[in-house]
Design a protein around this ligand. Structure first.
Ligand SMILES: [Fe+2]
Ligand SMILES: [Fe+2]
Length: 444
């Protein structure tokens, strides 16, 4: 049982906190401003203080400084998205934990456990970085949003579904805040991936994490080296590679998917580069089509990343052979790779639509593709985008089958010359990436 002092000028908050803390078996005293809190602390013995940030007479930050100078007790601060900088300042001044309104009984219990030492340490590994620009004009984010205070301290600054004010995000952006954070486990669900991170972490061997970090670093170098082509819209490219970075950090938490990607790279480094390229270009096309939803863009990123993993089961001589030189049997074998990719994704926790994207990436508009020979209208819309990005990457990402890496416009011209079944809107989106000066509508 703890004796807790609550300082908040909002009677409603005092009431809720009192109710929760009493139900948890603690003793509670309440005051409505900072100066009153200081007086109470001077005369009484308390085990912890829970304080609001903005209060009359003495602010939460001033009260925190006074407590840290005069009392040896934990200080919990009530915070929110609008107090991001104050939260960081409070952490540096010694605030022990943070509560983000509206809180539940579980939030309070967990916060006290963190402060009084029974909780597992937070780790950067549980979170993924989200570029702050993703929050601009976002109508409610689908996960809880966190700010990073240190490698082992993250604080929730917005609840799932909260309307985050655009002006506030823009102010933070101007002041140099580049990223906010989401829990990987929660974020994975939004993008159609069921990830149980705590069990993945406890069952993984120590070496895996170091190996993974090396692999991800290598991947980002490979992306820069192979996938960026001069003449592309650089802003679209930057946003899409950030999206891929987050997708990879989530997908590789699954041991099976991590091993699959690593094996794909060992099988042929250019094929892995091709998959990274398809992922990035799919996201770029998706964005130009006006798709803004996190779940859509990340499905594209993951579908693109995994579309060709089935090729790792085929002989390398076959995979690198130009299609026109393949015998009938070789072509039949090669055309099994989309189904192989899909099968490799069974029991990985990925949603069915990601498997469908992977399965359909070689289907064609008039039904002349493979493996199921379905027409454009029957294809998953995201599979069509991945399929277009796949064609484009064949020309712009180095591989044994590409004699020369083309400029984006040349690649586009070649695609159009060989395919008369493409969706005009999708082609216009690709054109807009290749010719950033022109708007999509002018091209369509
Ligand atoms: Fe393929
Ligand atoms: Fe491919």
């Amino acid at each position: 049982m703890l004796k807790v002092l609550i300082a908040d000028d909002d009677a409603g908050i005092r009431e809720i906190l009192t109710e929760i803390l009493q139900a948890e078996g603690h003793l509670v005293a309440c005051v409505s401003d900072g100066a009153e809190a200081r007086s109470s602390l001077e005369i009484g013995d308390y085990d912890a203080v829970i304080s609001d940030m903005q209060m009359p007479n003495m602010s939460g930050i001033d009260l925190l400084q006074w407590v840290k100078a005069n009392k040896n007790i934990p200080f919990l601060l009530i915070t929110g998205f609008s107090n991001l900088f104050e939260t960081k300042q409070a952490f540096q001044l010694g605030a022990n934990d943070f509560l983000n309104k509206p809180f539940t009984r579980k939030d309070i219990r967990e916060s006290l456990e963190r402060v009084f030492g029974n909780a597992v340490e937070d780790s950067e590994r549980y979170y993924c970085r989200i570029p702050i620009e993703d929050f601009v004009s976002s109508s409610g984010f689908q996960v809880n949003v966190y700010a990073k205070l240190s490698d082992t301290k993250f604080v929730r600054v917005a609840h799932k579904g909260d309307q985050i004010p655009t002006e506030r995000v823009e102010t933070y952006q101007r002041k140099g805040v580049n990223y906010l954070y989401a829990k990987k486990e929660e974020f994975a669900k939004v993008v159609g991936f069921n990830l149980e991170l705590s069990s993945a972490i406890s069952s993984s061997k120590g070496i895996t994490q170091a190996k993974k970090i090396r692999f991800l670093k290598y991947t980002s170098e490979l992306v820069l080296e192979n996938c960026f082509v001069n003449g592309l819209d650089p802003e679209s490219y930057r946003q899409a590679s950030q999206c891929l970075e987050v997708a990879l950090s989530i997908v590789t938490e699954n041991e099976k998917l991590f091993d699959t990607l690593e094996m794909l790279n060992r099988h042929s480094n250019w094929l892995y580069a091709h998959c990274l390229g398809v992922s990035i270009y799919s996201v770029m096309i998706g964005r130009k089509l006006g798709w803004k939803g996190q779940s859509t863009l990340f499905r594209l990123a993951i579908g693109g990343l995994l579309h060709d993993i089935g090729e790792k089961e085929l002989p390398i001589e076959l995979v690198t052979k130009p299609r026109e030189k393949m015998t009938h049997d070789e072509r039949m074998l090669f055309e099994t790779h989309p189904s192989r990719s899909k099968d490799l994704l069974l029991n990985c926790g990925l949603s069915d639509d990601i498997k469908q994207i992977v399965h359909e990436h070689h289907e064609e508009g008039f039904g002349q593709g493979y493996p199921r020979r379905i027409v454009k209208q029957k294809m998953h819309p995201l599979a069509r985008v991945v399929s277009l990005a796949d064609k484009f990457c064949y020309h712009v990402v180095k591989s044994p089958m590409t004699t020369e890496v083309c400029a984006p416009e040349t690649a586009l011209a070649r695609i159009l010359a060989y395919n008369d079944d493409l969706d005009q809107k999708e082609v216009a989106a690709l054109k807009a990436i290749c010719k950033p000066d022109l708007a999509v509508e002018k091209l369509s």
